[in-house]
Design a protein around this ligand. Structure first.
Ligand SMILES: Cc1cc2nc3c(=O)[nH]c(=O)nc-3n(C[C@H](O)[C@H](O)[C@H](O)COP(=O)(O)OP(=O)(O)OC[C@H]3O[C@@H](n4cnc5c(N)ncnc54)[C@H](O)[C@@H]3O)c2cc1C
Length: 454
């Protein structure tokens, strides 16, 4: 007998949590499980700034999808580039660029988000994001190479430009990125006796009037104070007018000569969502509290890609795009897929936000767990403790703890690996945003499909 096919798209916080629960709760005879993912790991994104700054190695936050023999899900190495809801086909581009039609009976969409960009001249060609492991590793190499090149340069203007760095986005991702990388350059410059440390300048800018408004006024000010003390120049109410390869123009008219623009001004749902032609809420797929796509039993979406009603807040609120929600939604979606399969009632998702932790590197941090405002070492202990306990596997926990300890004792050697030198480094090259089909192309491709034998 053919088993029903459950297809999960995306192996992030939401997708992996869902798949692991399905493996545990369904007997192998009950359904066939398939996961589409471009990478062979689940990425622990909140620790990316620590990879960029060299506190952690890239491997320590890339959690293997094949760690255990109990993981029986078939993994297709590739990305979904379109979904045709009518024929229940998901079109996949494999990592060898083959186009494959994958049929499903139940679909879980968890492809996460991509960096949100705006129509700012030169932005997508000159900015780096902080969303993938490759980007974090690339940025680390890039920042160290600016020190190397500034050190070698005889031209004072070039030296000054290479030692200026701009981060756009005062949310937690941008703030942590600026803070961690500033620590990297501050420590690294001691190995360059010919460089004047006062030339190193970090800018953190945001169009909003406050950094991380979700922290509240007091903690937000405290974070700002820590960063200012470290010499990071914070400009609020300011964005980018245009970006070029050697300079960035701010909306307040300042022109900053720089080779480093890091853009972390928010995220937007994966372009996969638009291929469905279904209703969206600011780009995220509109689902109900059970994370089911209305009118399509058996199709679920969650995490950053979906607008899941936030029942804890009520009204029209939708859950913010955080790992905290994505992981918990993964479990509920798994239960709801099983309930649909077995003809049982679905359960709605509800979770009250646990708060925010912001690691600014070293002993600096601000946290607001369960509404309690912390800064300094207690905040750092909470931040690291929270992330450490949220890592899925024991081996990842050990790697991260070992890296933290080693870094605290021995510091960093600031080695530029050169692995990705001379490779294209645009946002789309890291986030593959130009790979998706239009809804019409998806339909054509789906119609051409020969049903796969079950
Ligand atoms: C720098 C940074 C710091 C953060 N810090 C925090 C924090 O402290 N706390 C917190 O709660 N949240 C934090 N977040 C947000 C959090 O990481 C996201 O909300 C969370 O990852 C969302 O989970 P997800 O499963 O929806 O997406 P992801 O975890 O991004 O997973 C999506 C997966 O789908 C894959 N994928 C993408 N497109 C396709 C496709 N077309 N086909 C197949 N697979 C695809 C991706 O490769 C990825 O593996 C941070 C994010 C960043 C970038």
């Amino acid at each position: 007998m053919t088993r029903p096919r459950i297809l999960v798209v995306g192996a992030g916080f939401a997708g992996v949590e869902c798949v692991r629960r399905l493996e545990r709760r369904l007997s192998p005879g009950e359904a066939e499980l398939t996961l589409v993912t471009p990478f062979a790991y689940q990425l622990y994104l909140p620790l990316l700034p620590q990879v960029a700054s060299g506190v952690l190695t890239p491997q320590s936050i890339a959690l293997s999808l094949r760690r255990s023999k109990k993981y029986r899900t078939r993994i297709i190495p590739g990305g979904a580039i379109g979904v045709d809801l009518a024929s229940k086909v998901c079109v996949v581009r494999t990592i060898t660029d083959q186009i494959v039609n994958e049929r499903y009976d139940y679909l879980v969409l968890a492809p996460g988000s991509v960096t949100r960009t705006f129509d700012i001249p030169g932005l997508v060609d000159n900015a780096f994001g902080m969303k993938t492991l490759a980007e974090a590793a690339y940025i680390r190499d890039h920042v160290i190479s600016q020190l190397d090149l500034a050190d070698a340069s005889q031209d004072p203007a070039e030296r000054a430009a290479r030692l200026q760095f701009v981060v756009v986005g005062g949310g937690y991702a941008g703030t942590e990125t600026a803070a961690c990388l500033q620590r990297l350059t501050h420590a690294a410059v001691k190995r360059y006796p010919r460089l004047d440390p006062s030339l190193i300048k970090w800018h953190l800018i945001d169009i909003a009037p406050k950094l991380m408004p979700e922290l509240g006024d007091k903690l937000g000010r405290s974070a700002q104070e820590i960063l200012r003390r470290r010499g990071i120049e914070i400009s609020l109410g300011v964005s980018i007018e245009k970006a070029g390869p050697t300079e960035v123009t701010f909306t307040d008219g300042r022109v900053v000569p720089t080779r480093t623009l890091i853009w972390t001004a928010g995220v937007v749902a994966s372009p996969l969502i638009a291929t469905l032609g279904a209703e969206t809420v600011r780009g995220r797929l509109a689902v109900n509290a059970e994370m089911n796509l209305p009118g399509h039993d058996g199709v679920f979406a969650l995490g950053d890609a979906a607008a899941v009603p936030d029942r804890a807040k009520g009204g029209d609120a939708v859950c913010p795009p955080t790992a905290q929600h994505a992981m918990r939604q993964g479990k509920v979606v798994a239960d709801n897929v099983i309930a649909t399969l077995r003809g049982q009632a679905l359960r709605p998702y509800e979770h009250k936000d646990l708060g925010l932790v912001v690691d600014l590197g070293g002993k600096d941090a601000v946290s607001k767990p369960l509404g309690i405002e912390l800064h300094g070492l207690p905040a750092q202990a909470v931040a690291r403790g929270y992330h450490w306990s949220a890592l899925r596997t024991g081996v990842a926990k050990t790697r991260v703890l070992t890296n933290w300890t080693l870094n605290a004792i021995a510091g960093d050697d600031f080695v530029r690996t050169g692995f990705q030198a001379r490779r294209p480094a645009k946002l789309k090259d890291f986030e593959y945003t130009d790979t998706y089909l239009t809804p019409e192309q998806v339909r054509e491709q789906a119609e051409a499909s020969v049903p796969r034998e079950g």
